[in-house]
Design a protein around this ligand. Sequence first.
Ligand code: ATP
Ligand code: MG
Length: 650
Amino acid sequence: MTSDALSNLLQEDRRFPPDDDFAAQANATAALYDEAREDRLAFWDRQARELLTWDTEWNQVLDWSNPPFAKWFVGGRLNVAYNCVDRHVEAGHGDRVAIHWEGEPGDSRTLTYADLQREVSQAANALIALGVGHGDRVAIYMPMIPEVAIAMLACARIGAIHSVVFGGFSAEALRSRIEDAQAKLVITADGGYRRGKPASLKPAVDEAVAASPSVDKVLVVRRTEQEVDWDNTRDVWWHDIVGSQPIDHTPEAHDAEDTLYILYTSGTTGKPKGIQHSAGGYLLQTAYTHRNVFDLKPDSDVYWCTADVGWVTGHSYLVYGPLANGATQVMYEGTPDFPEAGRWWDIVEKYGVTILYTAPTAIRTFMKQGEEIPARRDLSSLRVLGSVGEPINPEAWIWYRRVIGADRTPIVDTWWQTETGAIMISPLPGVTAAKPGSAQVPLPGIAADVVDDAGNVVPDGHGGYLVLTEPWPSMLRTIWGDDQRFIDTYWSRFEGQYFAGDGAKKDEDGDIWLLGRVDDVMNVSGHRISTTEVESALVSHSKVAEAAVVGASDPTTGQGIVAFVILRADAGDGGADVVAELRAHVAKEIGPIAKPRQILVVAELPKTRSGKIMRRLLRDVAENRELGDVQTLADPTVMNLISSGLAKSS
Ligand code: ATP
Ligand code: MG
């Protein structure tokens, strides 16, 4: 007998089969699944030959003789930057735009692949001049400007390991990451534009580096031209040293298993971990997924991923995947609401964006603001929409497709993690009949399942824990400097399987629905209930834009459900009527067991800097505890607002 780890409550019956015209031109076909099922390693072998250019062929696709430490494309050698830049120029695409960059104040720059080749080569020469070599760590703490991609590619080109730290993080967060990786060089800028003002970066670097003996030099890009303190023995302007380097640099081949980068996780659940990725398998899976999940056509698409380069989405789908595929893409420096709420849609219209990849938090914010804002822009160029970062509530999915995608575009809900390096579970546009709210199926070449507490696979129609059952090319190789934590965190919960830390269910068709973090699952009168399902029920009410749900200890039921909701702009002020209405609505959508004990209307929710809801802080509020660690919270004042609101209402 298997016991359910999660009750399966919410029903969603809407289906969106692929459109015939789209399917006829799609990169992906159903045959990919068959090919990968027949021989998974032969499948990856073929992808590696077709999508990347290698200097030396591998002698083994996967070495899994010492699990959980994988080696992919053993003996293979390649240069990641050559694959992302030079080979496109050699193939005659030097004039193709690689990056349409849009600054927040409205300035812009266009870089072709030939421009990128020159600038990456110069930057690589500059790194060498600064004493950086193969295997050295470089911390990158920058705004969203082209130099951030150039810096990453320059590191990759010489085999230095980058560790990008999100520019919104504090000096202390930067310092601890520099220390953990023992970085030798920090690349930064004077500042970047946020919400109409120059925000500074250099002071945080000065503070962090003062306490970081490993750092020799700080390389600084001039962006805002604000005043900066300067240490002549340590600080170097990018335009001085990079600009004066030769424009040629011959890329050397590196081992497929050489470390490409370290990236610390977002810290939604606790202390960030330094996730380590290696060159060959990572580049392959980002290129493969970017081509098939977004249906990328390099000579006609204009692709835009809105993620900050400080998150894994920015690494895999703003730098490595798209550039390996020779894509033309948009990169935007600033906030979505500057100078006004329609800025993103202006950018879509201006560049004729065809593929948009963003996060549920952004979509729910747009829902809150109202659909008149996107309706005033021409979004007809869009043909594929993507979502990543959190479960997308079915109602937000429907809104995204109807309002942004003109009720026509496929939506790909892509599940993956910093640790997985690339997309793992997602529909394929043109192939999969989409279900709003479900990431659905592991991609061809990927093996995932849902298991119960004892590690047994649950039957269709049941819930449990998401696991990855076979190694994959872009998997993390370890946690930087901490093999034991790597084993303990991911490989010890279930024998021989990767434990993702997310709850999931399989529906009657075997499709996978992500149900939130295992740490967030609620236990109400013996039923294990997912936060995602109750949140989705709340968001399906026409007055609700966003909801966060937690379980708070309850003397009778074990845990009681406490919901925090943000109303849509046109929903009124949310008095007692709305609360009663919403409680009844949840009871109707998923059953009386899931009816929230308490509902609070709030103006904001606590989110990480990557935009994810931090439920553990809401649980602290709901249980009247002192707040846990708020370091990774985007706006710490949000918690005071919520706590005082709770005190008033109870
Ligand atoms: P930390 O691991 O430090 O707590 P984090 O898990 O938020 O931070 P990321 O690696 O950026 O760091 O996020 C991966 C997580 O995001 C997944 O484990 C999952 O919980 C969530 N996620 C990402 N994409 C989706 C999706 N399409 N559907 C549901 N959940 C998703
Ligand atoms: Mg995580």
